[in-house]
Design a protein around this ligand. Structure first.
Ligand code: ACO
Length: 311
């Protein structure tokens, strides 16, 4: 255990309790949570872009209304998560600065383009599906505010996942061209979705400590396997294939075998060299600058209200 670990903190972990903002905690624990929660929040708001790209081109009014609600949910997730990070003594404005200057990361998956309407389905089914597998265990994370934020996020993600599945199911049972569009989207999003779980366990510098602190409950590889096991039968229900000839049920392991993931692609995307990194960051920074007047107005209003109350 780190030298600065208070006995009261260890006692909470041993009892599988929740660490709350006012509890004493080691500095490393606090920093790890800020890093992960901030990255998670950034992912939620950057994640609005690939799907937002299709709001104006959704194929029907109904699809458009659903997609708009979904993209707004992602903004809401970002807000709960920034609020959870702020309980650790950081400021949201500083976290956004860290994102905009490249000092903090966001999920690799949002650096891929959404080329067709079927990509909106593939993101819902695969990306939100992977997010749920990663985030359900975070509902039991040792840090209370993060764990509680995850409960609602996971409920909403489940709805998103079903909505993506339904888009793909409709396309897969439509015309030949629609079927092909759905298959192409799944082919492009499958491997990047597996990369969302992070590097393999033996190349994951933060895992051991995060597991010891009860922040992570399962390893990157275990969650990746769980996602694959869950998704293969769903692909069969959709009538679509997953782009991996190595997928096969392994009776002995009780899991699907699969071809090893090419993690050089993940590291390249994290380094900033994915297909859309520049575009995503430019759009985010632009949106932040365009919103300066709204932040200033809100701050001025808050100040006025505070003055009124003081009088
Ligand atoms: N995209 C971008 N960066 C990643 C990814 C990824 N898919 N996977 C790992 N990394 C980064 C880590 O952040 C870490 O970098 P850092 O030390 O500079 O922060 C580095 O690669 C090494 O990885 P790990 O040691 O495995 O890092 P960690 O223990 O934090 O595990 C994981 C990574 C699994 C993503 C974890 O942080 C997590 O569960 N985060 C919460 C979930 C989340 O952020 N989801 C966002 C996408 S889902 C959505 O928004 C719909």
């Amino acid at each position: 255990a780190p030298a600065d670990e208070p006995a009261s903190f260890r006692a909470i972990l041993v009892e599988d309790g929740r660490v709350e903002p006012r509890d004493e905690m080691p500095e490393g624990y606090r920093k790890t949570l800020v890093r992960q929660i901030a990255q998670h929040a950034h992912s939620e708001i950057i994640g609005m872009q690939p799907e937002g790209n299709w709001v104006s081109r959704a194929p029907s009014l109904r699809r458009k209304a659903i997609l708009m609600a979904k993209v707004q949910d992602e903004a809401g997730h970002g807000l709960y998560l920034y609020a959870a990070a702020e309980t650790l003594g950081v400021d949201r404005a500083d976290l956004l600065d860290a994102l905009h200057s490249g000092r903090q990361k966001y999920s690799s998956i949002f650096n891929y383009p959404t080329l067709t309407w079927a990509d909106v389905g593939a993101i819902g089914w695969l990306v939100d599906g992977a997010a749920i597998v990663n985030q359900v265990p975070l509902c039991r994370c040792s840090y209370g505010p993060y764990a509680r934020a995850m409960v609602r996020v996971c409920k909403e993600e489940s709805f998103h996942q079903r909505q993506g599945f339904e888009i793909l199911h409709t396309l897969a049972h439509g015309s030949q061209a629609q079927r092909q569009m759905a298959q192409d989207a799944v082919n492009r999003y499958w491997w990047p979705s597996l990369m969302m779980f992070g590097p393999p366990d033996d190349d994951s510098p933060n895992s051991a400590q995060s597991m010891a602190w009860g922040i992570k409950r399962f390893s990157n590889d275990d969650l990746r396997q769980r996602f694959i096991d869950m998704t293969v039968p769903q692909s069969e229900a959709l009538g679509l294939t997953l782009p991996d000839d190595g997928l096969a049920w392994n009776e002995e392991r009780g899991h699907y075998d699969f071809t090893p993931v090419d993690f050089t692609e993940l590291f390249e995307v994290i380094r900033g060299n994915g297909p859309c990194n520049e575009q995503r960051m430019a759009h985010r920074v632009g949106a932040h600058e365009d919103g300066a007047w709204a932040r200033e107005a809100a701050a001025a209003y808050a100040q006025k209200q505070a003055q009124k109350q003081a009088q």
